[in-house]
Design a protein around this ligand. Sequence first.
Ligand code: SF4
Length: 279
Amino acid sequence: MADYKDYMLFDKLPHTWCAGCGDGIVLQSIAAVFAEMELDKHDICLVSGIGCFGRVDDYLDINCMHVTHGRALPAATGIALANPALHVIVTMGDGDSVTIGGNHLIHCARRNIDLTAIIANNYNYGQTGGQYSGTTPTDSITSTSPYGHIEQEFDICRLAEAAGATYVARATAFNPVQMRKLIRGGIEHKGFSLIECMVQCPTHYGRYNRQGEAADMMKMMNARSIPAEKAKTMSAEELEGRIVTGVIVNKNREDYYTKYKRIIDAQRIREEGGSVNEN
Ligand code: SF4
């Protein structure tokens, strides 16, 4: 029976995250899912972007690639198409995934690339000093919006769903059991899967918005959480300020690689004089 520790690099600890940061909960959840599924390390490739959560690859004893800011998904797309047998995992923060790299996210979802995007959403750019990102809630305070943030935030899950993602789920750092279940669901899913992990950043977002200590922020996330099934019965007004958790989308659609291969194989048969069943 594998253990999450088998997938960790303990000689790289202590980690660089602040005390109380939620990123470590996501890291442990990822390693625990690898252990639960008893994945061979050589069958996993993790691509990580830049930012606090981008450091996740430093602590994992698997194939990892650390790429430039916002470009984790294009790099991972290349890996997934070159070796479709790999479990390709992409770890990003909200700055990396839907702000600087937002365009890549929608196209990856639209193409249904067979990989798993795990996004730690802390509502701000933590590593560079707490600037606002694409998920910073309207009116909240950050180092670059000291009088309240003007823009409307992205809902990452709704964005991914609208772009065509075939598995979309959300968990909070308060509930690592659910987080593991959803990450496993994403890895087992064939096609583009996205798991949004809500994490607390007590150093910047929590401090600027007077949300208390890390534990207070986690309790607040839990109090705002609502299961996806229940959310379906609620109005937009009732859902205002709530965090919808659980599996939000889970459907089948042929993934990019499978369709591409099918087309190429059929053309090869035609060129060799064979016939192809077009139905
Ligand atoms: S700045 Fe925020 S997100 Fe970054 S390590 Fe510290 S608490 Fe975590």
